[in-house]
Write a protein that binds this ligand. Structure first.
Ligand SMILES: [Fe+2]
Ligand SMILES: [Fe+2]
Length: 275
């Protein structure tokens, strides 16, 4: 590993924390210098985890495209991605943010409004993941024609129990039980509900992660001491080892890469435009 580069990156992270803190810039810079010696940076770990989140969003985007194009729906990949999202993003990454990052900023930085929104988005993200898991369950997927018949016989409450999920999805399903049949694009409604959930998830998490990367994590360095940073980095690493073993992060990345390969979006060069 290029330690020179790593050091300058850490310095950049810590210094940007100083800028965000305004008048607290000088103490922050001092902390930054000390922090360089302290080793791992917990915020750098969280940003790296956002990379996994972005790759999961890419999988959601691709599967959403497949639904829109009426291609064969890769339910297995959606379900597996949602499981990783639940365990890695909601139960691990976001828990650390909620327990160890946000409370420090609530006290030490003027970010309470933003933190309220971020917490609400974590809750909405969990609800969407629950919906995506229910809607992508292979065993419960019905052929469109049977689904329409059966849904017609169910009360809205029963339908809600089957599909669960966000108010928007429930609302959409309520409309479906009245209208039945197909959407204008010819997509069966179950797929349409899944499409809505995938789109909502992706639309929310892109700005969410970007705001954390550029505002929240930068500000964190202005309120946390090098000692706290070091302790947190150790806590994060320990939690990861406990959940997924010594090479937990790499294992998660490999699992995500395997799904990208199945979907045909692993090859990065495919994203280069011909210009
Ligand atoms: Fe978050
Ligand atoms: Fe995050």
């Amino acid at each position: 590993m290029d330690t020179g580069k790593l050091s300058s990156r850490r310095r950049f992270l810590c210094l940007t924390g100083g800028i965000a803190a305004g008048l607290a810039a000088i103490p922050s810079a001092l902390r930054a210098a000390e922090q360089q010696d302290a080793g791992r940076d917990p915020v750098e770990d969280l940003m790296r985890e956002h990379g996994v989140l972005r790759r999961l969003l890419l999988i959601y985007d691709e599967t959403a495209n497949q639904i829109r194009d009426n291609r064969e729906l890769p339910l297995e990949i959606i379900e597996d991605s949602a499981r990783i999202t639940r365990s890695f993003v909601h139960d691990y990454h976001e828990k650390l943010e909620e327990e160890d990052i946000f409370p420090r900023l609530q006290k030490g930085a003027n970010l309470s409004e933003l933190l309220t929104v971020l917490n609400a988005q974590h809750a909405a993200g969990r609800r969407l993941t629950d919906s995506i898991l229910r809607l992508s369950k292979r065993a419960t997927v019905m052929p469109a024609e049977h689904k329409a018949e059966r849904a017609e016989q169910k009360s809205p409450a029963a339908v809600e129990q089957i599909y669960g999920g966000t108010p928007l999805i429930t609302h959409l399903l309520g409309k479906e039980t009245r209208e039945m049949k197909m959407t204008q694009e010819g997509i069966p409604h179950r797929k349409q509900s899944l499409l809505v959930a995938l789109e909502q998830f992706s639309r929310m998490y892109r700005p969410h992660a970007a705001r954390e990367d550029t505002v929240v994590f930068s500000a964190f360095h202005s309120v946390a001491s090098p000692r706290e940073c070091k302790d947190l980095a150790e806590k994060f690493a320990g939690r990861q080892r406990e959940l997924w073993g010594k090479h937990g992060f790499e294992t998660i990345v490999e699992s995500v890469a395997a799904m990208e390969k199945k979907l045909g979006i692993y090859d990065l060069s495919k994203f280069t435009p011909e210009v």
